[in-house]
Design a protein around this ligand. Sequence first.
Ligand SMILES: *[C@@H]1O[C@H](CO)[C@@H](O)[C@H](O)[C@H]1NC(C)=O
Ligand SMILES: *[C@@H]1O[C@H](CO)[C@@H](O)[C@H](O)[C@H]1NC(C)=O
Ligand SMILES: *[C@@H]1O[C@H](CO)[C@@H](O)[C@H](O)[C@H]1NC(C)=O
Length: 302
Amino acid sequence: MLGLRGALVVFAVYQCVFSGVCAFPRVQSSGFGSAKHVIIFGCDGFGGMYLENATSFLPNVNKFYTDGAHTTRARDQMPSVSAPNWATIITGMGPEESGVPDNDWVPPDDNPPNVTVHALPPISGKGKIPETMWRAAKSQDSSVVVAVTESWDWIYYLVEDGIVDYNFRCMEHKPDLMFIHFLSIDEAGHAYSWGSPQYYDAVKSVDGYIGEIMTAFHTAGIYNDTLFILTADHGGYGFGHGQFDEVCMYIPALFMGPQVKKGYQISGYTTDKDFAPTALNALGLHPGEYMVGKVVEEIYET
Ligand SMILES: *[C@@H]1O[C@H](CO)[C@@H](O)[C@H](O)[C@H]1NC(C)=O
Ligand SMILES: *[C@@H]1O[C@H](CO)[C@@H](O)[C@H](O)[C@H]1NC(C)=O
Ligand SMILES: *[C@@H]1O[C@H](CO)[C@@H](O)[C@H](O)[C@H]1NC(C)=O
């Protein structure tokens, strides 16, 4: 089957042959430029398996099910721990490409020389932090306003001055590209075990925060122009995580926003490498040069 992409390429070839003007247009992904704002809710430790049983008491997360596209079987990267996977979500690269192998990773300048020499550098450049979606956005359009709120300080290693405009309490100025990290679900998992009543209490409270943020977007008049994304870095089992199994590796990938299908179950393989390219694409920006994830095109109405 030729498909839209094939038809566009054929058209470009015809144009080239018959007009003598060989400008091959870059074929744009579905959803390109569909949103004016993107917010990624990063829910630390919220395994996909634990969401499957919980939508009935999570009214705000449930909006992604009724008004958006969802899967609870997206995959994170090994090891199924926080730093490599937040790095993946923020850079669109896996640990092999980002050079962030575990939670002990620190930016190159902080490394003792003996570690710097032997550590695997990011593919985006030795001696630098791996290129983030924030830098990729700014390098294409310096007017993009980027905001980051984190509740785990490690995230701050990836925040560069001059690239991120607002940190911590950053709802001001209607940012174009926002990332918000919630730690409490992971903390409850480690303290009381994954799937415990206390774990689900933490999930409920994060659902409440998400509701408050959605209300703020309504109030600001930008809700309809926003692509909302919800995901996690890993799941867990018992009091921990890090293993290569369903409870640790499956993460939610939820999308809601302009042109996103409603009540749609994502069937294609989705990983945490895909969020950064998808976020940039929605803003009408191309995936960063080093991103290996793909735009999750399946979520969009054609
Ligand atoms: C979800 O519910 C199913 C069916 O009741 C159960 O088998 C499974 O263990 C539950 N999963 C979690 C993570 O609680
Ligand atoms: C690296 O150097 C530090 C001090 O400079 C030392 O304490 C540490 O053991 C060294 N690590 C390795 C792996 O050689
Ligand atoms: C947002 O979209 C809904 C549903 O299409 C519509 O009812 C509402 O008026 C829109 N709000 C704004 C501020 O455009």
